[in-house]
Design a protein around this ligand. Sequence first.
Ligand SMILES: [Zn+2]
Length: 399
Amino acid sequence: MDSYTEHALNHIRYLSQVIGGRGSCTPKVREAGEYVSAELRKAGVPKVGFENFMGSPSTYLPFTMAFFAAAVGSLVVLIVGNRDYLVISAILNLLGAWAMLAETDFAFHWGRLVLKKVPTQNVVGIIPPGGPVKRSAVLFAHLDTHRTPIFYSSTAWQNLFGFLVTATFLSMVAGFILFGVGALTGWTWMHWFGLLLLPIQGFTLYMMGTADNTPHNPGANDDASGVGALIALAQRLKAEPLANTEVVLLFTDCEETASYGIQSFLNNHLAELGPEAVYVTLDEVALGIIKYLNADGLIIKHPTHPKALELARKVSKALPDIKTIETVGLAYTDALPATMRGRIALTLCTVPEDASASSGYWHQMGDTIDHIDPQTLENVQRFTWELLQEIDRSNPAGG
Ligand SMILES: [Zn+2]
């Protein structure tokens, strides 16, 4: 194991064991941010600071609102199957579908009106290059950890839940169409479709509505691994600075609750960093095979910027002894808001060797340091280092 991997492991240990679960917007995530900023200063990073923003402690509340609206609509129309209620139910199902789609795509919707935003913070450290700055690379990882609802507790549950989420979205779209058609045509018998839609919507509503009562997981892999790797990277960059690429190390809060941290960062810095800046997030980087995404998002899949993919493919080719896979992401990552704003953004993560058999302790209390694989972590650090070199080599002229 090289010394940088050893350093990264120490940070993972501290974050996941000493601090433990780091719920979005909680004192624990603040403590993690303070630890990271102290470590960056220790590593000699010249500019380290906090950036405040308003985040959300819950990822489930907006979805609960969406499914509640739809389920109430489907229930009411089932009981009172007249034309008026078909109209109301169609609207409620539409409201549910809208809220769900918008929430997964970081857009505003009515369900967010009940969300209580609270102040929290990102940590930012900037490492200047040896020569003049021609470009910036923003490397980021998230400080917060997810809750541990039952639907993440095993591979079977995760698969079932993935299916349920899709089914519920489709059920709301179907509810809008079916009840809408019933209302328009006067075919009031169509209210019986409620029998089909209600169980799906009701079950998912129950799952979402109770998820916020579960504890936050220790998050060794997700994402103390990314945080640890970046702190170790800061140490290496101080020893071996890049030629013309300024490296911004960003540690976000609220990745787990709709990426509020990275969005705040982008709101503040997107313009000044310019269109050629490269954004790379390290998320879950210590368990299995390296994976980079060619599209990202929960429902709408946004394609990764071609320049970001080109970089990842080049690096993958340059390091033939490290196995990598390129694939579409399952849920969103912190890179998605940058991708959606047309930026060169990449997600680096890892997946267990046999992803169909292992849940990789994702959003489980078992996401602890003893399930971390140092070799994977070392591979990711090599990959990231090579990626930075490639960015530095391919800098646009001038600047
Ligand atoms: Zn994560």
